[in-house]
Design a protein around this ligand. Sequence first.
Ligand code: DX5
Ligand code: ZN
Length: 220
Amino acid sequence: MLLAPSILAADLADLKTAADQCSRGGADFIHVDVMDGHFVPNLTIGVPVVRALAACSKVPLDVHLMVSNPERLLEEYLDAGARWLSVHWEAVTHLDRMVGLIQQRGAAAGVVLNPATPIEVLEDILPMLDFVLLMSVNPGFAGQAFLPYCLDKARRLRSVIERRQLDVTIAMDGGIGIDNIRQVVTSGVDFCVAGSAVFSSEDPVATMQELKLRADSEPA
Ligand code: DX5
Ligand code: ZN
């Protein structure tokens, strides 16, 4: 399982410390939540902050664009250092064009589905994707409760990927923590985002290590 702590839940006045903690905790990526106050009811991080974070982080950035018309700034986020980049299915008209653009620039391309968006909308484009990010909360804020029905979406997507013998990573984002990460992984997810579970804990480094351990351990 790959772990990507979400920087949104960290101390935004001290992102360098958060990046160092991710490195020491063995995080595979840092998840960066870009919100535009339009597609989602919150406004967070933009291109200059992504660039600054990429420059001071040893851990690669996974940038989650929760914005309307993501094509407007796609190139800028790639230039700023996004190694994995995902756009919402609900926000994009020319998805095929956008996925191609991300991949041409050498980054991994992902499509994000809101909790209520069925996985079937990806049927045709699935073989072209590097990853699918399933939201397990309604996007906009860290610290929301996990929506359990999203586990079934992960199970069904895993079985489609296996049946069609595709190489697509399944990521999940929202409300994941120590108590449910094992359940998320056994539902077929191979990439977990965790925000408040990591950065609201007393020891974020130890929590990242614990999350990885729990994800990969057989239940007693
Ligand atoms: C929600 C964001 C998530 C969020 C995760 O809109 O996309 O990445 O920061 O935070 P937790 O893990 O606290 O739900
Ligand atoms: Zn996110």
